[in-house]
Design a binder for this molecule. Sequence first.
Ligand code: ARG
Length: 460
Amino acid sequence: MSAKAWGGRFAEKTDALVERFTESISFDARLAAVDIRGSQAHARMLAKAGLLTDDECRQIVEVLTTIGEEITRGEFVWKIELEDIHMHIESELIRRIGDVGRKLHTGRSRNDQVSTDLKLYVRDAIDELDRLLQDVQLAFVGRCERDADVVLPGYTHLQRAQPVMANHYWLAYCEKFQRDRERLADARKRVNICPLGAAALAGTSLPIDRFETAKLLGFESVAANSLDVSSDRDYLAETIGALALIAVHLSGWAEEWILWCTTEFGFLKLPDAFTTGSSIMPQKRNPDVLELIRGKSARVLADQQQILTLLKGLPLAYNRDLQEDKLAFFDALDTVAASLEIAAPLITRAELRRETIRARIEEGYLDATTLMEYLIQRGVPMRTGHEVVGGLVKLAETRGCQLAELSLEDLRAACDLIEPNVTDALGVDHVVAKLKSFGSGGREAVAERVAAWRERLGVK
Ligand code: ARG
């Protein structure tokens, strides 16, 4: 008899080249724990359906547990001729308990099995990612007390635009990562639908109870079309889509902080423990961690592309192409998880260079928009106000001074509705006191949002 589980109809041994080319054990061994969980639930369902005796079920469940422990301890020997994790575990079960083990695969196929494994794995991964994202949010919110007084320039086009509270920056990232958490939670709903029992593609003539296995594995519902099940990897595409966006968010943040660490910006100092040196230039402190977060995001975007390209043009139902899904998914998952993990302590420990920021915060006419709004509140049409302030900025620029340093006569010459109280609209501290709209970067609005975030994340 052939050594292969599927070898019954084959006369020739599989070529070694084919074995090497088609194996997936080198990357799907990490599904071992979920494969065992899935098989144990399947065995329990088979017993309930009368397809296994209680004693057979008990033996299978016990031996699978033992095999799982051996895998965890690193004692299990992987053999390329056994292809994948499913065959490894099943053939070891059969080696140990013979015919009883040969009954486990009743009413299922590797096609529904692998998707069940993956869904269990992805579900756990989503829960872990949610924790990691929350840790990053907590790191940002955790800074808010000590940075509460710091005003930073806000940018558009990387040109100084308007001042905002530093905490407004931190909470901006909390919002982005919150949407990432919500996207993952939404993907999780479709991850949490049980494929098991769809068998190869058509279901089975055996009296299995798919609702029972779904319940045992904590799935919320049962996939309703067996053809769809064996081809469906939407849940991977969705989850990796969420991972790609997390990577984009991390990369944008990393880029911003890399800039802030430059002498040119001088806003931020990273802790020594999170900085690296140069092998030739003794003075260097390089933000390599941030650069790698930015750089590694490229991998995640490529992984997402790989999944979508893999799925494009596959006819129903299972095709072996799908085996490649794990490589891309695991890589994206590991990359994003590692980046989130290292981001949190870095965010906590970086220090704003308050003096440098303060010394230069009045540069760049960050109060111009608020001055225009002052005019609007005095009845000047917005476009006119824009022109008036534009002229004043030009005047200040030729004098090499700030708007607040222009005399009242200069200001009134541009617009006679300007009164001495105009000083309340000038200078960044006045601006952040005046920004009031919901969600704005002003002092009070941001303080309210900090309180809301602290409550949302359960910070005491
Ligand atoms: N290793 C395979 C995969 O990852 C398992 C499914 C194999 N199914 C098959 N019909 N050859 O997709």
